[in-house]
Design a binder for this molecule. Structure first.
Ligand code: KG4
Ligand code: ZN
Length: 354
């Protein structure tokens, strides 16, 4: 990446980042490592997870924005305190501009805009999914450009060619449900609390992945579709529960292991196709579902069999966090990419133009 000449970017940067796209209120502070490098140190990373949604089996947008209102000041205060940074030491503020829930995004963006206005410092609007990818630059080892990133979260499933910090191209994506959504919906049908993805993962470790078979949807090209497997899973449970009403309870680990195996197979299949097609063997995964132990294991085995360099983020940087918003904000800031104070959140923020 070429740094712009005569940019303020060459001065050390202390940046506050705010994430509020869904149901985590998060703030982080980073400082550039030294004036010439494109690296930074993470000084704090604070997350308040909203537990209010659990009893509803999914995120309730209205409750999410109220909880963000409640948490945002204490979370930012704590992030500054842990970083040992005062407001006057900040050079820039980054925030999640989208995609996400409008009411949730509004809280973070209004807060970030007000603080940037009060401190008279630059504001940077960040694309949440690009930030998931740039989480790979929070700590070494850093992937080398160009790399492929399978980005799998509760709302998105994408295969992205990452050519540089801010130069990315989506080459495959889901046409309907996201992978995380498929995990969460399967969990809900099994009576597990929200978010069910991590619970399926836990139960799967005790079960037999070959116990039950589900039809994998394989559409042409690098795109995914997860809506068919959701319906197949629903019918599978319904049919078996007609014979044994306790079927799900009696076979929980085997069902979890089998559905996880199928979802992971689908994810890995298209990623391998993308590797073959592009000849790029620097491979990364990002987003909440990249925390899945089954997915990690299969990719680790394949990486050593096929000679890929595989990058898997720390668990704390897979699910939503503000350190990744800080990473994306940092690269945008040093490239001179700023938002104006008239910026507004974009719930469906496009990947390409951002
Ligand atoms: O990236 P993320 O924290 O939020 C979004 O941007 O959506 O991803 C949340 C998703 C949820 O669907 C959650 O169930 C899933 O990530 N998830 C997992 C695991 N940990 C989180 N899915 C499968 N296995 C896990 N270990
Ligand atoms: Zn996310």
């Amino acid at each position: 990446m070429d740094l712009p000449n005569n940019s303020s970017s060459l001065k050390p940067v202390t940046l506050l980042a705010i994430e509020s796209s869904c149901d985590e209120t998060a703030a982080a502070v980073i400082r550039s490592s030294n004036s010439n490098e494109k690296t930074f140190d993470l000084l704090s990373n604070v997350i308040a997870t909203q537990s209010v949604h659990q009893k509803y089996g999914g995120v309730v947008p209205e409750l999410a924005s109220r909880a963000h209102q409640q948490y945002i000041v204490p979370v930012v205060k704590e992030a500054l305190q842990v970083a040992n940074v005062t407001k006057s030491m900040l050079n820039a503020i980054a925030f999640t501009q989208g995609p996400g829930l409008l009411g949730s995004l509004l809280v973070g963006s209004s807060f970030a805009k007000s603080l940037a206005f009060a401190l008279d410092i630059p504001l940077v609007g960040v694309h949440h999914m690009k930030a998931h990818i740039l989480a790979h630059f929070i700590e070494p080892p850093y992937p080398k450009f160009p790399f492929l990133c399978l980005t799998v979260s509760g709302g998105h499933t994408q295969i992205v060619i990452v050519r540089d910090y801010l130069e990315m191209e989506v080459i495959g994506q889901t046409l309907d449900d996201a992978a995380g959504e498929a995990f969460d919906k399967a969990a809900k049908l099994l009576g597990l609390p929200y978010p069910g993805g991590p619970l399926i993962d836990q139960m799967a470790q005790l079960g037999n992945a070959a116990a039950f078979a589900f039809p994998e949807t394989n559409i042409p090209g690098l795109d995914y579709s997860f809506s068919g497997i959701k319906t197949a899973f629903m019918n599978f449970l319904k049919n078996n529960e007609q014979k044994n009403p306790d079927f799900a309870k009696d076979h929980l680990p085997d069902i979890c292991a089998s559905i996880q195996h199928t979802l992971v197979n689908m994810l890995v299949g298209k990623l391998e196709q993308a590797i073959d097609q592009t000849n790029i063997t620097e491979v990364a995964i990002a987003g909440g579902v990249s925390a899945n132990s089954g997915l990690r294991k299969v990719l680790q085995t394949n990486a050593s069999n096929y000679g890929w360099n595989l990058y898997i983020p720390k668990l704390a940087y897979c699910t939503d966090n503000a350190a990744m918003i800080a990473a994306a904000g940092f690269f945008q800031y040093i490239m001179g990419k700023r938002a104006t104070l008239a910026v507004s959140p974009q719930p469906r923020m496009p990947f390409r133009e951002s």
